[in-house]
Design a protein around this ligand. Sequence first.
Ligand SMILES: N[C@@H](CCC(=O)N[C@@H](CS)C(=O)NCC(=O)O)C(=O)O
Length: 203
Amino acid sequence: MKLYGAPMPAPNPRRVRIFLAEKGIELAETPVDLRKREHKSPEYRAKNSLGQIPTLELDDGTTISETVAICRYFEEIQPAPPLFGTTALEKARVDMWIRRAEFALMTPVGMFWRHAHPYTAALLTQFKDFGESNREHVMGGYRFFDRELEGKDYLTGDGFSMADICLLSTVDFAGWIGLERPAELANLAAWHARVRARPSSQA
Ligand SMILES: N[C@@H](CCC(=O)N[C@@H](CS)C(=O)NCC(=O)O)C(=O)O
């Protein structure tokens, strides 16, 4: 089995690394050099036609892309500890919060990264006004999660899950690109300290 990825700050491979660390699964990452555009090479695109990381390659050559799909695969082959819930309600809640982390926060963070950040300026045509317009959506996303974390240790209310991994990697990446969470959002700050205290967060 091979896991194609890239080190910090790339947020998506990190989600898989955190997930595997929580499961106690050791699988060395096969690095893909994004600066050298290795992810857009024909060889890599044969594994993931979108030319993105991460990608999981099974021993028979079958490939799985999309971070959440890769983690679901590992959840099925090694259910303990459960990170996608166990009951119907828990599973639904994990899905709900994964989607909210991805859509309410990762989407505007990603749009800011693509269209307003100097690092990506050389890689694509930027629409700076659009990129900058995402800043307020990111701040709105932070406020949303802060409200929703009131009285809860973790996002779903049922314990640490894949949803927390998705939110953690997004919040950390956003901070890295200059979209820090406002310090006064106390619930979000407490949650962040809680998840950062887990050894898996170092992955
Ligand atoms: N929806 C994908 C997103 C993957 C993604 O955007 N990965 C980034 C690195 S963190 C990437 O490969 N970016 C290069 C590109 O999109 O061309 C997932 O969840 O795995």
